[in-house]
Design a protein around this ligand. Structure first.
Ligand SMILES: Nc1ncnc2c1ncn2[C@@H]1O[C@H](COP(=O)(O)OP(=O)(O)OP(=O)(O)O)[C@@H](O)[C@H]1O
Length: 481
């Protein structure tokens, strides 16, 4: 069996990849993230506009391809047309091109002095349909935020950026027949998002290539010596430290988010008088199958993740959803934390104390005893963050932004919520005001949009967390999970 692509030597320019340039004209760079560069391209055979996402991270590539394959018939998930991935090269995903995102909707709404309630409802319904498709198929997105919700020219919203996604149970590939729209969508035609133009089906060849790569990746336990192992780790670290322009930092997978807070974070923290922080010695146990807590962008990160949970599921997406909905309503981020501690401080000031009473089991979270906040006598409450909004709007957010993950409403439950049946009803897709362009989005490093990304952006670095080292008779083995 072929080994997975090596991490050491990679092409750093998509322009030099003839297997891609033979089929696609690369037009311009339209975005970049912690792990990727995204280019607008044109398919030579028929002129179709596409997004070419070059992913510089090994594990993100697998995750994104795997999740997009599972969800390939979901109408509110970005279409993966095909991908290129061969030894010693970064994976390049060919995605349908979507010209706008929900962050632009919020920004335009703010400029216009508000978004009409019927439009907000239509955006929410599409987000819920996308998230429901993920959760029905055991995909936890783990990085839901407005800039990862892309929008087509005709108003179809699609979940994108599955680089941090995890499949929490067995893989259940969906086919066209098995993808079912939630019942209430089929009953009320007005709500049905029009099907996005179906782009070419992924070729059978690329599909089976992925399966082989996946199998190799997941099953290969290749005994290596300690020297080689340390060399691999150094290579990966060096790669990330080179990427200083992308505002990333290396975090060990077995270290929680709080454990990686610097003293600088604490010094700058506006809430520093309201908590005491202890640096615990030693790391957190890296149990097989556990997940990293350092996922998602800080502003949208659930409290259990901020406290280091490594045992979580789709509920973390539901918290993010609540933050996104609150932002769609108020056009301001709900919890714009400047550090992980500040993030928790802001949440506590709104929702009240985070304790066994409000979140059963929370005292067992890895970082729970590392930080103590002074008691919040009277929390501000979500109503205060959503002034001038109706009780049903606030009620919707309250069903998601809850401490106890088990009590957060699921996407399918919310799709049936009375809020969506009240006047004003959700508008149809062609009544939505879709932002006209993504102009300037690649250069988000300056101004308001730059601040938005920089303040809230964190890197996952699951690469480290997903590495399991086991003893073998020849030394030890390394396994990527
Ligand atoms: N299908 C697409 N169509 C148009 N633009 C896209 C598409 N996919 C991604 N982009 C643009 O590229 C940017 C980076 O892509 P993406 O978020 O998928 O990468 P990432 O490296 O995981 O980013 P992040 O660090 O924000 O998580 C997006 O914010 C978006 O502006």
């Amino acid at each position: 069996m072929d080994p997975p692509p090596s991490q050491s030597s990679r092409s750093w320019s998509i322009y030099g990849r003839t297997e891609i340039t033979e089929h696609y004209e690369i037009l311009d760079r339209i975005g970049s993230g912690a792990y990727s560069d995204v280019y607008r391209g044109r398919r030579l055979s028929d002129g179709l506009l596409v997004a070419l996402k070059e992913i510089h991270d090994y594990q993100s590539s697998f995750r994104e391809i795997e999740a997009l394959q599972i969800l390939r018939h979901a109408p509110n998930v970005v279409d993966l047309i095909e991908y290129f991935w061969q030894e010693d090269e970064d994976a390049v995903l060919v995605l349908e091109y979507l010209h706008a995102d929900l962050a632009a909707v919020i920004r335009d709404g703010k400029k216009a002095g508000g978004l009409p309630a019927g439009e907000v409802k239509q955006w929410m319904l599409q987000i819920l349909t996308g998230v429901d498709a993920c959760h029905r198929n055991s995909v936890v997105h783990r990085d839901l935020k407005p800039s990862n919700l892309l929008i087509s020219a005709d108003g179809v919203l699609k979940l994108a950026d599955f680089g941090q996604a995890r499949i929490i149970q067995g893989i259940g590939f969906m086919n066209e027949d098995s993808f079912v729209l939630p019942e209430q969508f089929s009953q009320n035609k007005e709500w049905i998002p029009q099907e996005a133009a179906t782009i070419t089906e992924m070729t059978k060849a690329s599909h089976s290539a992925l399966e082989i790569q996946m199998q190799t990746y997941q099953e290969t336990i290749r005994p290596i010596d300690e020297q080689e192992y340390l060399g691999e780790v150094e290579d990966v670290k060096a790669k990330y430290s080179d990427e200083t322009d992308k505002e990333t930092s290396i975090q060990d997978g077995d270290a929680s988010c709080l454990a990686t807070c610097s003293t600088g974070d604490i010094e700058d923290d506006p809430f520093k008088s309201s908590y005491s922080y202890e640096v615990a010695e030693g790391g957190i146990e890296d149990e097989p199958g556990s997940m990293t807590s350092c996922v998602g962008t800080r502003w949208f990160r659930a409290p259990e993740l901020l406290y280091g949970s490594t045992n979580y599921g789709q509920e973390v997406d539901l918290w993010s959803l609540g933050c996104i909905f609150a932002e769609l309503l108020s056009l301001e981020p709900l919890f714009p934390g400047t550090s992980d501690i500040d993030q928790i401080g802001r949440i506590i000031s709104v929702l009240g104390d985070f304790n066994e009473e409000t979140s059963p089991g929370c005292s067992k979270l890895p970082d729970y005893n590392k930080i103590a906040f002074t008691k919040v006598g009277s929390p501000i409450g979500l109503e205060a963050c959503l002034q001038h909004h109706s009780p049903s709007e606030v009620g919707l957010v309250k069903k998601l932004v809850r401490y106890d993950p088990a009590t957060r409403a699921t996407a399918v439950e919310l799709l049936g919520d009375a809020y969506f049946k009240e006047e004003p009803l959700p508008v149809s897709l062609n009544e939505l005001k879709v932002p006209t362009s993504r102009d300037g989005q690649d250069e988000k490093s300056s101004g308001e949009w730059g601040d938005y990304r920089d303040m809230a952006s964190d890197s996952d670095f699951d690469d480290f967390g997903g590495v399991n080292v086991t003893n073998t008779d020849k030394g030890f083995a390394i396994r990527f999970s």
